[in-house]
Ligand binder design. Structure first.
Ligand SMILES: Cc1cc2nc3c(=O)[nH]c(=O)nc-3n(C[C@H](O)[C@H](O)[C@H](O)COP(=O)(O)OP(=O)(O)OC[C@H]3O[C@@H](n4cnc5c(N)ncnc54)[C@H](O)[C@@H]3O)c2cc1C
Length: 446
């Protein structure tokens, strides 16, 4: 495996990227959001109350109902900051509740808009075009509710099918952006759609993985065919650990089929918080090296979005947790896996998905240390959380793609809560950055 890049190089790249981060003064609304995030990150009970509130918004009948829920949750928080004391007082009268309900509904919607780029792919056109013009690619993700029937799985597959057409319409008209459209190994599609296997079948269960795979396969195969027709990249997201094996097997099995040898470009996700992820990386790389596909397999490296869920689930069953329990271990493993993927470039295309400046700077330095051009590694960020980093990466001429959720704001609530949880968890890089930690501390080796 590649050696770690020289530490001074990582630090110099990290500092340079930090210098390219935009000042939040240019985005007055962003400061408002950041204050709300700050408030939530200060107090665990307040955070829990706000998340429970965001979660029930879709189920509330009217403004009065919304305000009653909000004050009910806040009532359980012992030390309420002054703005929330005001909210509690408003909740005492009917008129106050209407005003509070309207304000909180607007607040949640405003937050949701930060993370969700439009209700339909068509609504998102302006954002996708704007990003492309700024030198940023995208991967569109269609939000939906949990798939519990075959009809819902069919509907999700149909929406993905249409989205591929929609993306093709948007991107075929846009001007050339050579940095986003090729690396040393060939062309990179402009259109990029991320899909979830759990939305393509109601049968994805840990006790019967084969059934879930069998049921999802025809829908995923149809999407792969359509992606090939329109020249799009199809990316399969990774979810919780109990579906990891089934999702990985399904993707590799379908991509091994003869009809997909020449396309489409496709990819999957490797989660560095999993203790056994180095073994999975080896398996994926061995598969990709032997597959002989026309497009290298894109491997999006993430830390993993289901940390709390995995820890609780393992504790409940008395199992050893499948995820690292010390943050630095996930960070170190992320760096080791970054080097493992860079070493296999050509068979795979590494996509480093992180908002952590240290993790990103390490990847840039490791890629340069093997003499590879910057364009051979892709960086990915989430819309709403990684906007500043996205701008800095593009400003420094690096290849960056922003993951853009599209969908109904109400149905997207589960997604919103997950993003808020990530942003305000005390150990997250973004929370540390927001708390004013020094650049030396932020860039220190894990
Ligand atoms: C473009 C994009 C696509 C993504 N797609 C997926 C996907 O398909 N599947 C998926 O699971 N995630 C996905 N994620 C989310 C990702 O897994 C991370 O949750 C998120 O990016 C935060 O990691 P970070 O490196 O940005 O931040 P950091 O703050 O450096 O890391 C936070 C992460 O560290 C880990 N962590 C936190 N506390 C501990 C602890 N005590 N011990 C060990 N580890 C800990 C968790 O994974 C947590 O999310 C995606 C992220 C991006 C940017």
């Amino acid at each position: 495996m590649l050696d770690a890049p020289p530490e001074p190089d990582v630090l110099a790249i990290g500092r340079d990227l930090a210098a390219a981060l935009p000042g939040s003064s240019r985005h007055p609304l962003k400061v408002l959001d950041d204050r709300a995030m700050d408030l939530a990150s200060q107090d665990a009970e307040l955070r829990a109350a706000l998340f429970r509130f965001v979660d029930v918004v879709p189920a509330c009948r009217d403004l009065d109902d919304l305000a009653r829920h909000l004050t009910g949750f806040l009532d359980e928080v012992p030390d309420r900051p002054p703005p929330l004391q005001v909210a509690m007082r408003m909740g005492a009268t009917k008129a106050g509740r209407s005003a509070l309900g309207a304000a909180s509904a607007a607040g949640v919607k405003h937050m949701a808009h930060r993370f969700i780029v439009g209700e339909t792919p068509k609504d998102a056109t302006g954002v996708l075009e704007g990003l492309w013009k700024d030198g940023v690619g995208t991967s569109v993700d269609l939000l939906g509710e949990a798939t519990v029937t075959a009809a819902e799985a069919d509907r999700y597959a149909a929406r993905c099918h249409e989205a591929l057409d929609g993306l093709h319409e948007v991107y075929r008209r846009l001007p050339a952006r050579p940095r986003l459209e090729a690396d040393s190994f060939g062309e990179i599609p402009r259109e990029n759609l991320s899909v979830k296997v759990s939305a393509l079948t109601p049968l994805l269960r840990p006790d019967a993985p084969e059934r879930g795979k069998r049921d999802a396969a025809p829908r995923l195969r149809d999407l792969l065919r359509h992606a090939r027709e329109v020249g799009a990249h199809l990316h399969i997201d990774m979810e919780s650990f109990d579906s990891r094996e089934a999702v990985t097997d399904l993707v590799l099995e379908l991509l091994s089929e003869d009809e997909f040898r020449d396309g489409p470009s496709a990819g999957l996700v490797l989660q560095a918080y999993l203790r056994d992820s180095p073994d999975l990386a080896d398996r994926i790389i061995a598969w990709a090296s032997a597959a002989g596909r026309a497009h290298p397999l894109v491997v999006r490296l993430v830390k993993g979005a289901y940390w709390d869920h995995e820890v609780v689930e393992a504790r409940q069953h008395g199992w050893e947790s499948p995820v690292f329990e010390v943050k630095a271990e996930s960070d170190r493993n992320f760096e080791a896996l970054t080097r493992r993927l860079l070493d296999a470039r050509g068979a795979v295309r590494p996509a480093i998905a992180s908002h952590n400046l240290r993790s990103v700077a390490h990847a840039v330095a490791a890629n340069r240390s093997i003499g590879a051009p910057d364009g051979d590694v892709e960086f990915q960020v989430l819309r709403g959380l990684g906007d500043d980093l996205q701008q800095a990466l593009a400003a420094r001429g690096l290849r960056v793609r922003t993951y853009c959720p599209v969908g109904d704001l109400v149905a997207g609530m589960a997604y919103l809560v997950r993003r808020l949880l990530e942003n305000t968890s005390n150990e997250s890089f973004l929370a540390e950055q927001a708390s004013g930690a020094s650049i030396d501390k932020l860039l220190a080796a894990p």
